[in-house]
Design a protein around this ligand. Structure first.
Ligand code: DGT
Ligand code: CA
Ligand code: CA
Ligand code: ZN
Length: 581
């Protein structure tokens, strides 16, 4: 039997969707919780469920939170890529209702009330109901909830149209594997915002070199993630994938591959500048090639390679992440194109959690995972006590953890080091969650806001600036608090934060979690312009979480950051020197 290659994240998402739909339908809470528990267990699992099922399906029931009937469902899902029960539910609940659940604070239960009492089924209908103040009149809602819904509708709307880069990447990997089994495919690349490493992707743009386009299209149509073919021509095909993502496939001849790759990588704005530049040089550029124009005669001068396209225009081959018509052309003209930081430059990871708070791996497991990934050092930064939900650490527990870290460090030679760290909460009223004398003992302190996120601009900005001024704080974690497609950033004056970081020589984090990517590319570039160093940190809550680094790197590269701009490219001896200053 051929198993699908569903990732744990995909399986977990499927179970979550099932839970949402069941909860919307009002089935008993116990059943809903069973699905959510299973989803959480699978998301945090370091082994691949698909592989586990292939080896021995019975072993699934050994996992905490997964009973016999849940295991059966997972096996069916892994083997067929589908769950009949989910298909039925999807048919019963309008898809637009699911998008309502993406509004922050609106769970399936509240959406069910809105649907039942007000007949609301779409975001537009919900907006109207809020404006009419029908929502505040419902039991369990109120004026504050109504306003929060109005404020959050744009997030749900965006979430319906753009997916996280990390999710797109999973689909790309699966599709790559699938299309590579098609003998007609001679070459394959994914262009568009995906290739530019944008934090979210609107649709996928695949390019294939082939002399047999119909065969390639047949093969795409057979991909298990394809829900429907939207359009099909001689060289172009558009399909809708499960979920909402769309994919455009173009089949091009080899002599146009470079031009097509350049054109469809974009961005549109980058291409506009390029076209202007071509015109100045008496050239014409399009997705088929670059042409010298003399009167009515056109001579082809480039097109097979992207390299050739840029070279004929007198330009370097820009890394895709820089192609946004921001500064790249200026850099090219002045010979100052930055050499972007790469994953190979990274030496350590300065933000992660363990089972002491809300992580799922122990200190020892995180260390083993980090060493396996070739890191030289990590900072353990569990939560402080204010974060009660995560069982945050008080001084006593923190010092106990640090003692364990000291003991562990004793066992390493100079090739690895664990920093005694803490993610200390910035309190609602200002100030930090642990006494100064405790923080003074830490090797590495990141401060962050988890409570009072909706405070007015002046107040929340002052809290963060004050934390930056604190002598024992090294960095601010996820400085704006946004969750892509889910939660807006705090109303923080980012300029003031950047200025304070510069003034106090502090570090700002680029949180590499694909839902955070905080600071974003624009803010990272602004930090660089002030000489403020960035730490690309995973904020891992599991061993697998350490792999998020690459999402942070894409964002850093989009900001034009070099190895030098990123703190955790420093070797351990060099970092120790910096920290002791
Ligand atoms: P997305 O899909 O919204 O995340 O963003 P992109 O950048 O992938 O945009 P998409 O899929 O509409 O088009 C892919 C690339 O094709 C785009 O980055 C540049 C190129 N392109 C598309 N339409 C135009 C256009 O009207 N003019 C120019 N110059 N380029 C275009
Ligand atoms: Ca696209
Ligand atoms: Ca497209
Ligand atoms: Zn954290």
């Amino acid at each position: 039997m051929s198993e699908t290659t569903l990732s744990n994240a995909q399986i977990a998402a499927t179970l979550e969707e099932l839970a949402d739909l069941l909860e919307f339908q009002g089935v008993n809470a116990f059943r809903v919780r069973a699905y959510r528990n299973a989803a959480r267990a699978i998301r945090n699992l370091s082994e691949s469920v698909a592989r586990l099922v292939a080896a021995d399906p019975h072993r699934l029931t050994e996992l905490e939170g997964i009973g016999a009937s849940m295991a059966e469902k997972c096996v069916a899902l892994v083997r067929t890529g589908e769950l009949p029960q989910l298909e039925t539910l999807r048919a019963e609940v309008p898809e637009s209702v699911l998008t309502l659940m993406r509004i922050p604070g609106l769970g399936p239960k509240k959406v069910a009330v809105l649907h039942k009492e007000l007949g609301v089924a779409t975001l537009d209908e919900l907006r109207e109901a809020c404006v009419r103040h029908d929502v505040r009149a419902l039991k369990g809602f109120g004026a504050k909830t109504e306003q929060a819904i109005l404020d959050g509708i744009h997030l749900a709307a965006a979430a319906g149209t753009r997916m996280y880069w990390a999710e797109a990447d999973e689909i790309v990997a699966a599709l790559r594997a699938h299309l590579q089994t098609c003998p007609a495919v001679e070459r394959l690349e994914f262009a568009g915002s995906y290739r530019r490493g944008k934090e979210t992707v609107g649709d996928l743009d695949a390019l294939v070199v082939s002399s047999d386009a119909p065969r390639v299209m047949e093969c795409l149509a057979a991909f298990r993630e394809v829900a429907e073919t939207l359009a099909r021509g001689n060289t172009k095909m558009s399909v809708r994938l499960h979920g909402t993502l769309q994919l455009d496939l173009r089949v091009v001849p080899p002599e146009s591959f470079g031009a097509a790759l350049q054109y469809f990588t974009g961005s549109k704005e980058h291409n506009v500048v390029l076209r202007g530049r071509a015109r100045q040089r008496g050239l014409k550029i399009n997705e088929y090639g670059v042409y010298r124009v003399e009167g009515t005669r056109e001579e082809r001068v480039a097109g097979a390679t992207e390299d050739g396209v840029y070279r004929t225009l007198g330009l370097p081959v820009f890394p895709p992440e820089l192609r946004e018509a921001r500064q790249e052309f200026h850099w090219a003209e002045t010979g100052t194109l930055p050499v972007l930081v790469t994953e190979r430059d990274i030496r350590g990871d300065l933000h992660m959690h363990t089972t002491e708070t809300d992580g799922v791996a122990t200190l020892e497991e995180m260390v083993a995972g980090a060493r396996q990934r070739g890191l030289q050092y990590i900072a353990i930064t569990d939560h402080s006590k204010r974060v009660t939900m995560a069982r945050g650490l008080d001084a006593t527990r923190l010092r106990r953890q640090w003692a364990a870290i000291d003991a562990l460090n004793e066992t390493f030679d100079d090739s690895f080091r664990v920093l005694k760290g803490i993610e200390v909460d910035i309190l609602e009223r200002g100030g930090l969650d642990l006494p100064d004398e405790v923080l003074a003992e830490a090797d590495w302190v990141v401060a962050s806001v988890h409570y009072g996120q909706r405070q007015p601009r002046a107040q929340i900005t002052a809290r963060i600036v004050q934390a930056l001024a604190h002598p024992h704080v090294h960095a601010i974690a996820h400085p704006t608090g946004r969750l892509i497609n889910r939660r807006d950033p705090y109303d923080v004056d980012i300029e003031a934060v950047l200025d304070a970081a510069q003034q106090y020589h502090k570090v700002l984090e680029l949180n590499a979690n694909p839902m955070r990517l905080d600071l974003n590319d624009v803010h990272c570039a602004a930090a660089k312009a002030r000489g403020v160093r960035i730490a690309i940190s995973t904020d891992a809550h599991s061993v697998d979480g350490l792999d998020c680094l690459r999402y942070g790197l894409l964002q850093a590269r989009r900001a034009g950051l070099t190895k030098d701009d990123v703190l955790n490219t420093r070797s351990w001896p060099r970092l120790r020197e910096l920290l002791h200053r």
